[in-house]
Structures are given as structure tokens and as C-alpha cells.
Design a protein around this ligand. Structure first.
Ligand code: ATP
Length: 210
């Protein structure tokens, strides 16, 4: 059940989407699914789904479709769903607080186990499942933590990223407007919510659907 070769990045990005849908089917007791059903649900055309699934060694059969159990098992392994990834959050402002209150484990196996902030009024406060720690503790408190979410103001992002990298963090989800520089073995995904919203409005105006 190992992938034949390295899965293309575009395919890899769709894995969580497939996983979530198949997991729901499984919970409903369904044992198989057609590429058409999948396609309608995840809004990916069925040719792409067939090509994606061929990388997983899952060959759908005409009139039968795909075996849900087999695919789920594959995704669980590939997406490391059989282990939980511990994540730290830095910056317990509006956005950070929302993330701490949001139960990520509902849909995937990541959980925020630590939170840090520079504001002394927040330190010691319980938010969601964690107690906020002072940012000065950051470097010493990242044992066994693999990834971090940055929800600090942009001007603080690089210094904090440097500390995270030094402590061995290999993945950063950056919600600040700042672009951060990290060594090549550290992965940064950047999500700028205001840019995304602006972009949505631009596309709505300039590329209307229908
Ligand atoms: P948000 O942008 O999440 O809506 P906000 O508007 O409440 O947050 P920001 O000024 O963006 O506030 O700061 C987010 C949080 O980051 C605040 O709780 C702030 O105390 C914290 N913060 C600011 N600078 C640092 C820093 N250098 N280290 C750690 N935390 C910081």
C-alpha cells in the first residue's frame, strides 16, 4: 500500500479533502464510492480523481468504484492520521484565541498544546484547552512540538520565527502579513486572511461565474 513514487504536490494538497469526505462516508457505514460521487462532493473533476487515486495504488473498478476502507487506510498513513501532531500557537489576540477555542482534532489529528504571548495580562490565562505562557519561555517550552501557528502582529513575526527554528520547529503556519525567512528545511505556509478576502472580492467582480 506504499505510493508507487512521490505523490505530486497538487495531488498531495487534495488528500485532506478526500480524507474528510471518505471518513464521513465510512462513519455512515458506506463501503464503496464512485469517482462521480466523490467528484460531486469534493468538486474535483473525476478524471483528476482517477489520476490522483492511481498514485495511491487504488484502481477503481467499473460498476464498483473505490473501496472506502482501503483508501482511508492509505490516507491515514500518508497524512499521519495515526499519530497526533502537537502544535504551539504564538499570539493570543483575536485570531489566536479563535484558534485555541477551535477544536482541530474534530477533523484532523493536530492539536494546539501550548500558547505564548507577550502581554502579561494574558499570561496564566486559560484559553480553550491551554494556559498562556510568556513569550520569554518560548525557546525552552517547545520540546516534542513539531509545528507552530503565528498569530502575532507582522513586526514580531521574524524574531519569533528565528526562535522557533532554533528550537527545532520544522513547520510554521504564518497568519501574519509579514513574509518570514527560514532555512530551506523548514516549511512555511502563509495565510493572509485580508489578502484572501480582497482576492475573493476581486475575482467576484472581474471573473463572475455565469
Ligand atoms: P489579531 O491580529 O489576532 O486579531 P489583535 O488585534 O487582538 O490580534 P495584535 O496586535 O495583532 O492583536 O496581536 C496579537 C497578539 O500577539 C496579542 O495578544 C499580542 O499581545 C501578541 N503579541 C504582540 N507582540 C508579541 C510578541 N513579540 N511576542 C508574543 N506575542 C506578541
Amino acid at each position: 500500500m506504499e505510493p508507487q513514487s512521490k505523490i505530486p504536490q497538487a495531488t498531495a494538497k487534495r488528500l485532506p479533502l478526500y480524507y474528510r469526505f471518505l471518513n464521513n462516508l465510512h462513519l455512515q457505514g458506506k463501503t464503496r464510492v464512485s469517482s462521480k460521487e466523490l467528484s460531486d462532493a469534493v468538486k474535483v473533476d473525476s478524471a483528476t480523481i482517477r489520476r490522483d487515486f492511481s498514485y495511491f495504488g487504488a484502481l477503481g473498478r467499473k460498476g464498483y468504484g473505490y473501496n472506502v476502507e482501503y483508501l482511508l487506510e492509505f490516507f491515514r498513513k500518508t497524512l499521519h492520521q495515526d499519530k497526533t501532531t502537537d502544535v504551539a500557537l504564538i499570539g493570543v489576540g483575536n485570531l489566536g484565541t479563535a484558534f485555541l477555542n477551535y477544536n482541530f482534532t474534530k477533523n484532523n489529528n493536530t492539536r494546539i498544546v501550548k500558547a505564548f504571548d507577550a502581554n502579561p495580562d494574558l499570561v496564566g490565562e486559560r484559553v480553550g484547552e491551554v494556559t498562556v505562557e510568556h513569550i520569554d519561555q518560548l525557546a525552552d517550552q517547545l520540546k516534542d512540538i513539531e509545528a507552530a501557528i503565528l498569530t502575532v502582529p507582522g513586526h514580531a513575526a521574524q524574531t519569533i520565527a528565528d526562535t522557533l527554528v532554533q528550537a527545532g520547529i520544522k513547520g510554521i503556519l504564518n497568519f501574519t502579513p509579514a513574509r518570514i525567512t527560514v532555512p530551506t528545511d523548514v516549511r512555511v505556509h502563509h495565510i493572509d486572511l485580508s489578502v484572501e478576502l480582497q482576492s475573493l472580492v476581486y475575482f467576484m467582480e472581474h471573473y463572475p461565474i455565469n
